[in-house]
Design a protein around this ligand. Structure first.
Ligand code: CU
Length: 146
């Protein structure tokens, strides 16, 4: 009987671990000195905990080639947001008081990395960009919640 209970405990623990793994998704996205991300699409599931790591794999300093990762609300005009962000140098290029940002990382220079954790928003397709001045034209992609 004790043996059977041990087996049941092990099975229960294994099952819980599997469920937890599905609840969290880890994503790594890179930005480089050529002003590019290595991903233009990220897919997650609604309600998942997203652990997103941004790595700046280049060598240029933050002032010349800074990269961040900004997840925008649906309906945000990327050009307008990018223009507002370009004026927000004192706030890491995130417009103060904006309601267009769901979540964002800090701005990185070459060789740096950072991780943020957030809950995936409602099902739908969202835009992500780098808000360093001028980068959104090339550094952008779709964040798809299924
Ligand atoms: Cu950038």
């Amino acid at each position: 009987m004790r043996y059977l209970l041990s087996i049941l405990t092990i099975i229960t623990l294994a099952f819980s671990t599997a469920v937890m793994a599905q609840d969290t998704v880890e994503i790594t996205i890179e930005g480089n000195d050529q002003m590019k991300y290595n991903l233009n699409e990220i897919k997650v599931e609604e309600g998942q905990t997203v652990k997103l790591t941004l790595k700046h794999v280049g060598k240029l300093p933050k002032a010349a080639m800074g990269h961040n990762w900004v997840l925008l609300t649906q309906g945000t005009n990327i050009q307008e947001f990018g223009a507002a962000a370009a004026k927000a140098a004192g706030n890491d290029y995130i417009p103060e008081g904006t309601d267009n940002v769901i979540v964002h990382t800090k701005m990185l220079g070459g060789g740096e990395e950072t991780t943020i954790e957030f809950t995936a928003p409602a099902k739908g397709t969202y835009d992500f960009i780098c808000s360093f001045p001028g980068h959104y034209a090339m550094m952008k992609g779709k964040f798809i919640v299924e």
